[in-house]
Each structure stands twice: as C-alpha cells, then as structure tokens.
Design a protein around this ligand. Structure first.
Ligand code: ATP
Ligand code: MG
Length: 195
C-alpha cells in the first residue's frame, strides 16, 4: 500500500487490514513515498518523519511492515518504480497494490500504466466522498467495500494546525510523534526538527 502518509491515519490501517483479510495476504507492506509527483507543489513533511510515523502505526501488527524503497530512491516517486523494486525483493510473491477510490481513479494518468497491470493486481477500496470504479479492467482491478472512515491526512494536518485534537483519528503513538516534532504546527520552523 503506497501513500504519502503525512500522517498515516486509521483510514489507511482499516483499508489495509480489510484487504489483507479478504485476499488472505501474508503481509501488507506500507510504502511511504519519497517526493510524491502529484503533490510536488504542496508542502509535504520530510520522508523520514512520514516513514517513522508509518513504522509506529504498524509496529503492533505482525503482518504489517514498512518499506523504504521510495524514501531511499532519489527523485519523484512513481508507483511503477515501487512495484519494480518490490518485485525484485520478492521475486516469488503475488503482489497486490492497495489503493483508495480517489487514487485508483487517477491511475490511468500514472507513469508506464500498461506495465503496472503486469506487476501487481490492484485492489480499490471505498472511501467516503469518492466513487469507486475498476477503470474497465475487470481482470486487473478488484473492488472492495471497507468500513467508511471519513478521515484524510489533509484534515489531520489542518486539525493540528488549528489546535484541534487528532486523537482516535491516528494511532496514539502518531499523535505523540506529531507533538514531539511539532509537525503541522503553525510555526514552520518547528517541523524542521530532526527525527
Ligand atoms: P492527503 O489528504 O494528504 O492526500 P490521504 O488521507 O489521501 O492524504 P494518502 O497518503 O494520500 O492519504 O493516501 C494513501 C492511500 O490511502 C491512497 O490510495 C488513498 O486513496 C488511501 N486512503 C486514504 N485515506 C483513506 C480512507 N479514509 N479510506 C480509504 N482509503 C484511504
Ligand atoms: Mg491523498
């Protein structure tokens, strides 16, 4: 499951857990992006912060792991590169790419889209406020309804910035990590603190 995870929240975790159960997955690999190409004009927290929050959020689940492939690859992150790297690391695995309805709708605009289908089976999950379509690719894309979690990272960042709580929207350890490093604070300097 790829994402910016700025910050990771319970919408991501529920989606991953549901897909893992439904498709009997052995492992869900969370892959925080390096510099996301769709978001290059927006402020995105440093990859190391997003990576560590993802580790904290997933640590208690024995089937959840976090990969650094995108964080460590220089330049903008493209899913085709993510899948190529994961394929190389796990040559015998059946790869599934988990994505929410909004991201799935954009896939056709992604780099090397034709090769994407040969690298992984895509699973699109429902997300409040977005329509779920399989892009006309019955063989390559499965759709799954998951419990509706009306949570977005954008909303979490805005809440912190405005002094509102994010308890129970993100895992407890992530609430504490955000406070520790002053992420999303009204003072931009605070987010420059090193992890
Ligand atoms: P932002 O508001 O910064 O875009 P986000 O909440 O959309 O953050 P991303 O890191 O962009 O989170 O999303 C990673 C993946 O998780 C995407 O495929 C997205 O569709 C999916 N996703 C995010 N939130 C939910 C949710 N509440 N329910 C289902 N899927 C979700
Ligand atoms: Mg998003």
């Amino acid at each position: 499951m790829g994402g910016t995870f700025d910050p990771i929240h319970h919408g991501h975790l529920v989606a991953a857990s549901e897909v893992a159960a439904k498709f009997a997955l052995d492992e869900v690999v969370f892959v925080p992006t390096g510099q996301p190409w769709q978001k290059s004009n927006k402020e995105v927290s440093k990859p190391e912060h997003r990576y560590l929050m993802t580790v904290i959020a997933t640590a208690s689940n024995p089937r959840f792991t976090v990969s650094r492939v995108d964080v460590d690859r220089p330049g903008p992150t493209y899913t085709i590169d993510t899948l190529r790297d994961l394929r190389e690391q796990r040559p015998d695995a059946d790869l599934f790419f988990i994505t929410g309805a909004d991201a799935l709708a954009q896939i056709l605009s992604w780099k090397d889209v034709d090769e994407l289908w040969s690298l992984a089976h895509f699973v699109g999950v429902t997300r409040p406020g977005h329509e779920l379509h399989n892009l006309g690719r019955d063989e390559d894309v499965s759709l799954l309804e998951v419990p509706a979690m009306a949570i977005s990272s954008t909303d979490c960042r805005n809440r912190v910035n405005e002094g509102n709580p994010v308890w129970y929207l993100v895992p407890d350890g992530v609430v504490q990590y955000i406070a520790k490093y002053g992420l999303y604070a009204p003072h931009p300097d605070a987010a420059e603190l090193a992890p």
